[in-house]
Design a binder for this molecule. Structure first.
Ligand SMILES: Cc1cc2nc3c(=O)[nH]c(=O)nc-3n(C[C@H](O)[C@H](O)[C@H](O)COP(=O)(O)OP(=O)(O)OC[C@H]3O[C@@H](n4cnc5c(N)ncnc54)[C@H](O)[C@@H]3O)c2cc1C
Length: 411
């Protein structure tokens, strides 16, 4: 039976951390929201710089590399706090975290020694580039190739919807290194591609429905040459690297962004109903509206419990892939449901361009696709019931970032 080791790392002071995150959100994020909303063609660059200064890109990076080593719950809390103030701020912070998983779990000693301190200090921001225009959920269907050329690799193709595409200094790119019919699930490999490599183009930023200020754009690779040392893990590890990052970091990160926006949506709605005068009182006096708000609150409380529980399990190095997947699925779906209720409860007021609710609703529409759509999450959950049993990435890897290492006392 597993027990905690005799000398666990000290538990982070979560109350102090949340207070600090919220102060930053109030001072640095909230004042920028209106400008970000009114300039959808612009990528926000100052905010990530300020977040980097806080050391938050290295929130799960081990202390030996200069990171905060504060764990997955602290990561969830900081993303949630930023997203409460601005979905875009939450999104850019979460996107910066995803590739950290690739380096921590699959990077060579040299890559860790070089990159993790730079991530922790905020000097280097990474992106993760897996998705292609024609192969989103079907990762093994990707067409971007990497072929050997002497001791180098040459990458050709393009990647779509890449979070932080315009501000990342290094892209963690997964590309095809063998035909799928020959190498099967080992036909993909992950590479580090620095932003200034010849032949790499970051296409023009196009505004999306929401998350204004956050860029998730297209990268084009035209004969991009990189050295062998830039291979992450082994040749053929690409699918495992993409999947494990998505389960261990992507799912909880997106759950945290959805959770933060969900909290802001409920707060916005209760304020509106409490201030809108009607029948000698306010709309918040009407039982039917209180009932709808109670539904929102109930969903939010359950969503928060799922997100935090999954992160805590990761921090304890426990097997929790199912919890991570379910938390992403329901945080997205419940937040969108509450967003729709909120829109209804606001009447025409909901549609005003200068009122925050329409921004929150638009931002929520972006939570389904990244780190797997709802259908993909359901497929993974069904596999745990019907098989084939999916790889449990938390079981394999979580001990590495665990704050409270488990030691086995099984004889
Ligand atoms: C805000 C945002 C940030 C993102 N950040 C990144 C990033 O940093 N890096 C990155 O690589 N990608 C990123 N993405 C891309 C994201 O990972 C993809 O959008 C996602 O994988 C889905 O792919 P797709 O959009 O092409 O949809 P498709 O895969 O084409 O799916 C379309 C529809 O078909 C359904 N579907 C697809 N396959 C199946 C199936 N087998 N069974 C049942 N239904 C299915 C889907 O659920 C969906 O409803 C981001 C996307 C967004 C919106």
């Amino acid at each position: 039976m597993p027990t905690t080791s005799s000398a666990p790392d000290p538990t982070p002071d979560y109350d102090a951390l949340v207070q600090h995150f919220d102060e930053f959100a109030a001072e640095e994020v909230a004042p920028r929201v209106s400008h970000m909303e009114s300039s959808p063609h612009t990528v926000e660059r100052e905010l990530p710089r300020l977040m980097a200064e806080q050391g938050w890109f290295g929130v799960t990076v081990p202390r030996q590399y200069g990171g905060m080593h504060a764990g997955h719950l602290a990561k969830t809390l900081v993303i949630q706090s930023m997203a409460r103030a601005s979905g875009a701020a939450g999104a850019l912070l979460q996107a910066s975290q995803l590739p950290v998983s690739m380096i921590i779990h699959f990077g060579s000693d040299e890559q860790k020694a070089l990159l993790l301190p730079q991530i922790a200090s905020g000097d280097t921001l990474l992106s993760i580039a897996v998705t292609e225009d024609k192969a989103g959920s079907h990762v093994l269907g990707m067409e971007t190739t990497a072929r050997r050329n002497g001791s180098d690799w040459i990458i050709d193709g393009s990647k779509a919807h890449i979070g932080n595409s315009h501000i990342a200094n290094v892209h963690c790119v997964v590309a095809r290194t063998a035909p799928a019919d020959e190498a099967g699930s080992r036909s993909l490999t992950a590479f580090l591609v620095e932003e200034d490599r010849k032949g790499l183009t970051v296409e023009r930023h196009r505004p999306a429905l929401g998350l204004h200020g956050f860029s998730f754009g297209q990268l084009t690779f035209d004969g991009v040459r990189i050295p062998e040392a830039n291979v992450i893990g082994e040749v053929g590890d690409g699918k495992d690297i993409a999947y494990s990052s998505s389960i261990l970091y992507g799912r909880p990160n997106l759950a945290a962004v959805a959770l933060g926006i969900h909290e802001a949506t409920l707060a916005c709605t209760t304020t509106f109903l409490s201030e809108r005068e009607r029948y000698g009182g306010t709309l918040s006096d009407l039982p039917v509206l209180r009932d709808r708000v109670a539904d929102m609150k109930s969903r939010l409380m359950a969503a928060r419990a799922l997100a935090h529980q999954a992160a805590v399990m990761l921090d304890h190095g426990q097997s929790c892939d199912g919890e991570l997947i379910n938390s992403k699925l329901l945080n997205d779906e419940w937040a969108v449901e509450s967003g729709q209720t909120a829109m209804r409860l606001h009447g025409a007021h909901a549609l005003r361009g200068d009122y925050p609710l329409q921004r929150l609703w638009r931002d929520l529409q972006h939570m389904n696709a990244p780190a797997g759509t709802g259908e993909v999450q359901r497929q993974r959950l069904a596999e745990t019931e019907f098989g084939p049993p999916p790889v449990q990435w938390s079981e394999r890897l979580a001990a590495k970032t665990s704050l409270f290492r488990l030691t086995s006392t099984a004889s």
